[in-house]
Ligand binder design. Structure first.
Ligand code: RP5
Length: 279
């Protein structure tokens, strides 16, 4: 997969003020940009969540807390950008986006300075009527209205594997709000699929429209392929965070949220170059 893209991270978001425009040639921190005046924005919900799911405001941190923050970022698990992040901590200890400028400082809608971890389950099946077509479960996001992988943020102390399962059950099967068509047998069969762990697709930076110079999303993406009989009886129902959920054909021109298409392309390529998935 080519280096993580960084286009949505410089674009508009429905809950953000307009960003300072960063042209391609001025993205890298190493490139001098004396005229750079990022818009400072941290959403009020993040400020109110200080000490809970969000970090306290950086200015309120004493030197020891700032050092602890820089240590947290340098010790992030399994993030291949680690070394780059070590180089991406500004002199006062403020984390800097490992790819480059976004036109916005602060945390926007993201609670943590530095990386905010997510997990993304790509769940596929062979099209019920056309074995040459691979389908995947997508949700429609309420914030941007775009189709997306039913991923979510990894809560403090949770494992990625737990979040992959939890987000799919909650966002695509409405586990929290209740799904009358979800039987114990289906849940057991689906849990067996998630217990197997799926296949690794990607880990690292996400080109998310909520990213800022000081807070960004990193994810782990895993692929789970369902056999036809389980896929056929899966009672898809959108959880409260999603406006809709559906099976869609994976096609070259499909459009998805953030960097999701890049990862789906990897899964699609693998499925085409291997023997047809068991179904
Ligand atoms: C994206 O945001 C990730 O790839 C993941 O799909 C999603 C997590 O954020 P929420 O959907 O929980 O807002 O960057």
């Amino acid at each position: 997969m080519s280096k993580a893209s960084h286009v949505r991270a410089r674009s508009a978001h429905p809950h953000y003020p307009p960003r300072f425009t960063v042209e391609n040639a001025k993205v890298l921190w190493q490139i001098s940009c004396k005229e750079y005046e990022p818009v400072s924005f941290t959403h009020p919900t993040v400020v109110q969540a200080a000490g809970k799911w969000a970090d306290p405001d950086f200015e309120s941190l004493d030197d020891a807390s700032r050092f602890a923050l820089s240590q947290r970022i340098s010790l992030c698990k399994g993030n291949k950008n680690n070394l780059r992040q070590l180089n991406c901590i500004s002199l006062d200890g403020m984390p800097l986006n490992p790819i480059g400028r976004t036109g916005m400082s602060g945390r926007g809608l993201l609670g943590r300075y530095g990386p905010n971890y997510a997990a993304d389950p790509i769940v596929t099946r062979v099209h019920p009527e056309d074995t040459n077509v691979l389908q995947m479960v997508v949700i429609t996001r309420r914030d941007t209205g775009e189709d997306a992988i039913p991923g979510g943020m990894v809560e403090l102390g949770d494992k990625v594997s737990h979040t992959l399962r939890k987000e799919f059950f909650e966002e695509a099967l409405r586990l929290c709000e209740g799904n009358a068509d979800m039987t114990k047998e289906i849940a057991e069969e689906l849990n067996c699929v998630f217990d197997a762990g799926g296949e690794f697709v990607y880990s690292g930076y996400v080109d998310d429209p909520r990213n800022t110079d000081n807070a960004w999303i990193e994810t782990e993406v895993r692929h789970f392929h369902l056999k036809a009989d389980l896929a056929a009886k899966l009672p898809l129902k959108a959880g409260d965070d999603a406006a809709n959920v559906k099976w869609v054909d994976i096609t070259p021109d499909m459009e998805l949220y953030a960097s999701h298409k890049d990862w789906v392309n990897v899964v699609h390529y693998r499925s085409r170059t291997r023997a047809v998935c068991n179904h």
